[in-house]
Ligand binder design. Structure first.
Ligand code: LHQ
Length: 258
């Protein structure tokens, strides 16, 4: 199994499983992960998806030892990495990339692709592509400039320097850093906190914000109004209001179902 799956308290964890290669991707493995993400978004018991790596690496990018493209490189990238990145971005559920160790090349851009990015204190990040005279793929030319601005993104791609978690936090490449010793437990607890939030509101927030990254203000405001109308109709909204007025903690229906 190239991708391990566990489901616990609403958290579906997908673990890249080639630890001896720092979870370097074969194309087969990218497809298996893309499929697991696509299926995860429609699994009723999964409210949050976590992508992480087995062993000391998160993902070292494309496996350079076995790599060969039989047909067109463009088509191969479209069918593999692009499918994966779109599955993360377009699916309804929040995706947390939990970067347990080195993230290099396409692995670094997978790390960036989550809705929330958490790193271990042992995580490292490098846009390794230029060292083998390639350009960032797996969405890096889109996500990196949005995360750090064009000029810093270009420098990171050009020099392929290895960044530590403190720098990752300062640059906005991740939201949180957890101690390496308890990383898996901390990630699970954090993901469960997200899972306990109102699911439909998070889905609509994801849609509005993902779209907002490429829309004009007028379009974004119009989309917000339309999706707010949907959120307004959800029983979670009424529960949130009641809980506030009754001075108690809100319990959202999907949380109760656990
Ligand atoms: C690896 C890899 C690896 C195979 C570590 N492959 N074995 C590319 C091509 C085509 C189309 C689509 O898109 C792409 C996208 C890309 O991702 S390009 C970028 C590919 N990745 C890289 O260039 C990173 C290469 N790896 C490294 O620079 C280092 O290994 C890093 C910085 C990741 C980790 O360094 P260390 O912590 O010093 O570990 P290590 O180098 O000793 O690696 C441990 C083992 O993992 C080692 O195997 P061995 O048998 O000697 O113990 C490495 O050969 C293997 N490994 N990355 N990408």
């Amino acid at each position: 199994m190239l991708i391990l799956q566990t489901l616990e308290n609403g958290v579906l964890t997908l673990t890249l499983n080639r630890p001896e290669k720092l979870n370097a991707f074969t194309f087969e493995m990218v497809l298996e992960l893309a499929q697991a993400v696509e299926e995860g978004h429609s699994k009723a018991q999964a409210r949050v998806l976590v992508i992480t790596g087995a062993g000391r690496g998160f993902c070292a990018g494309q496996d350079l030892s076995t790599f060969s493209v039989s047909g067109s490189v463009e088509e191969t990238v479209q069918k593999t990495y692009n499918r994966l990145i779109l599955a993360i971005a377009n699916g309804d559920k929040p995706v947390i990339t939990a970067v347990n160790g080195i993230a290099a090349g396409a692995g670094a851009n997978l790390a960036l692709a989550g809705d929330i990015r958490v790193w271990s204190s042992a995580a490292r990040f490098t846009e390794a592509f230029s060292s083998i005279a390639l350009i960032p793929d797996a969405g890096g030319t889109w996500s990196l400039p949005r995360a750090v601005g064009y000029h810093k993104a270009f420098e990171l791609a050009a020099l392929a320097e290895v960044l530590d978690p403190q720098t990752g936090l300062e640059l906005g490449l991740c939201e949180r850093v957890f101690a390496a010793e308890n990383f898996a437990l901390e990630v699970q607890a954090y993901a469960e906190k997200i899972a306990a939030r109102p699911a439909n509101a998070l889905t609509l927030t994801k849609r509005a914000m993902r779209a907002g990254m490429t829309l004009r203000l007028e379009e974004s405001l119009a989309l917000e109004a339309r999706l707010q109308a949907q959120a307004f109709e959800d029983p979670d909204h009424r529960e949130g209001i009641s809980a506030f007025l009754e001075k108690r903690v809100a319990v959202f229906p999907q949380t109760k179902a656990l």
